[in-house]
Write a protein that binds this ligand. Structure first.
Ligand code: LLP
Length: 426
């Protein structure tokens, strides 16, 4: 029984499966994804612009589960990556090298060489990196990341444009870029930006696009302009927060693309790189309530430590929470009657040995009891991908509820043998 499950009910998220049954079968904590929702989000972006050379690169750092990568590919998305590991996963998911854009930060020579050998487009994000790439790949093609001077994001740690960041080449450095390109006979085929993560204000994004187009006008060899990702989702949707107006975003972007290409004299490819938007809302993290205790506040103890969801600790990020009760369990008899449902303010905490181990602070939720299962919403992006084995806890399984309601384990839960796997044991 769901005490406040309106959101997942309205989406038919679980498609008839009971959260308690799922963790009984696949273990707790558990990442649960809904295929239909993931596909819908891919399609939102795929159909964002009617511009003929509009490309969506899924930023796979948000969620790189192989099965989800394959679904994104089926939906016609390409991919943006930041590491060789991400590329290896994409190749395992049968992406072609030409569908992968490698946007690096402070790459090693080995990473550059890997891209060159595999024929993957490489973006350099500083003059020194561009120069180093040129030394390795004389006469080759390259992209460059520019910082358009504007940043945005839900937390200072994810703002990647403007003066206070390590990312990108500044507009004022264009003459040096040209010198380096000439020195190594490089062709600049693309420029890219990413101003930060979690943008709900389309205006900021559009302002950055205008600046990028000004930068683009300085180069006459471009084949593409990549406008980056960062598109937000409504984490407060239980309180009625509205989603990003992607129709308005699409209309505005489409106009820029057409106009700029006409001025440039060539139909350029325009790319965007959504990560969070594609994956976040298709995922819920389930966990067990294991203790109720009181200090200055009421604490709900769970197995949802920051090893399984890092965002609240790292960014003070908000995730909606649903409470599910197993009415068949003994504990249900000792609890307060479920109706009318009373709420109270609580902290939801995990099982890691640090006081920063919160899932939610001062949250107004139905009165929770031991044996309840919590569903942490919108964790499909930067949820599993940021998990760790801290405290030597096992990373959870990931399951996918297919469009027909069938369940597939798309990553098995870690085993204790996995903890030892790469260590010397003699
Ligand atoms: N492109 C580049 C070059 C990026 O660095 C990123 C994200 C993206 C695209 C996708 O951004 P998105 O559309 O997902 O906002 N761990 C943080 C988010 C970090 C984003 C890092 N870069 C979080 O949990 O909020």
């Amino acid at each position: 029984m769901k005490l406040n499950g309106e959101l997942t009910d309205s989406l038919n998220f679980y498609m008839g499966h009971e959260p308690h049954d799922l963790i009984a079968k696949y273990g707790s904590p558990l990442y649960v994804y809904n295929e239909r929702i993931f596909r819908e989000k891919c399609r939102d972006f795929k159909h964002l612009c009617k511009y003929p050379k509009f490309v969506v690169n899924y930023a796979i750092k948000a969620n790189s589960n192989l099965t989800l990568l394959k679904i994104a590919k089926q939906e016609g998305l390409r991919a943006e990556v930041t590491s060789i590991g991400e590329i290896e996963l994409l190749l395992a998911a049968e992406y072609d090298a030409c569908d992968i854009f490698f946007i690096t930060n402070n790459a090693t020579t080995a990473e550059m060489q890997y891209a060159i050998d595999k024929g993957i487009t490489f973006s350099a994000d500083s003059l020194s990196q561009l120069d180093r790439y040129g030394r390795l790949n004389f006469g080759g093609k390259v992209a460059a990341r520019f910082n358009p001077g504007i940043g945005s994001g839900h937390h200072q740690g994810v703002v990647t444009g403007g003066e206070e960041t390590k990312f990108g080449i500044n507009e004022s450095e264009i003459p040096q870029v040209k010198e380096i390109l000439a020195k190594h006979n490089l062709t600049l085929i693309g420029i890219n930006q990413h101003i930060g993560s979690y943008i709900l204000d389309i205006k900021i994004f559009i302002d950055s696009v205008k600046r990028m187009l000004n930068i683009a006008a300085n180069f006459d060899t471009l084949e593409f302009i990549d406008l980056g990702g960062g598109f937000g989702i409504p984490y407060h949707k239980q309180e009625g927060e509205r989603p990003l107006d992607i129709a308005a975003l699409g209309t505005a972007l489409c106009e820029f693309m057409g106009d700029f290409s006409a001025k440039y004299g060539k139909q350029l490819t325009f790319m965007v790189e959504p990560g969070r938007y594609i994956a976040a809302e298709s995922g819920v993290l389930l966990g067990n309530v294991t203790a109720i205790k009181y200090n200055a506040a009421k604490y709900i103890g769970t197995d949802l430590g920051f090893n399984v969801l890092m965002r609240p600790l790292l960014y003070d990020a908000y995730h909606g929470i649903e409470v599910y009760r197993n009415t068949t369990e003994e504990t249900a008899n000792t609890a307060q009657p479920p109706f009318p449902i009373k709420n109270e303010i609580v902290h939801i905490v995990g099982n890691i040995c640090e006081s920063g181990d919160y899932i939610a602070k001062n949250r107004n939720l139905p009165i929770i009891q031991e044996g309840d299962v919590l569903g942490v919403l919108d964790v499909g992006a930067y949820g599993f991908s940021m998990t760790s084995q801290y405290n030597q806890r096992l990373r959870p399984a990931e399951i996918l509820i297919r469009e027909d309601g069938a369940i597939q384990v798309i990553r098995r839960r870690d085993s204790y043998a996995d903890l030892l796997r790469n260590m010397r044991v003699d």
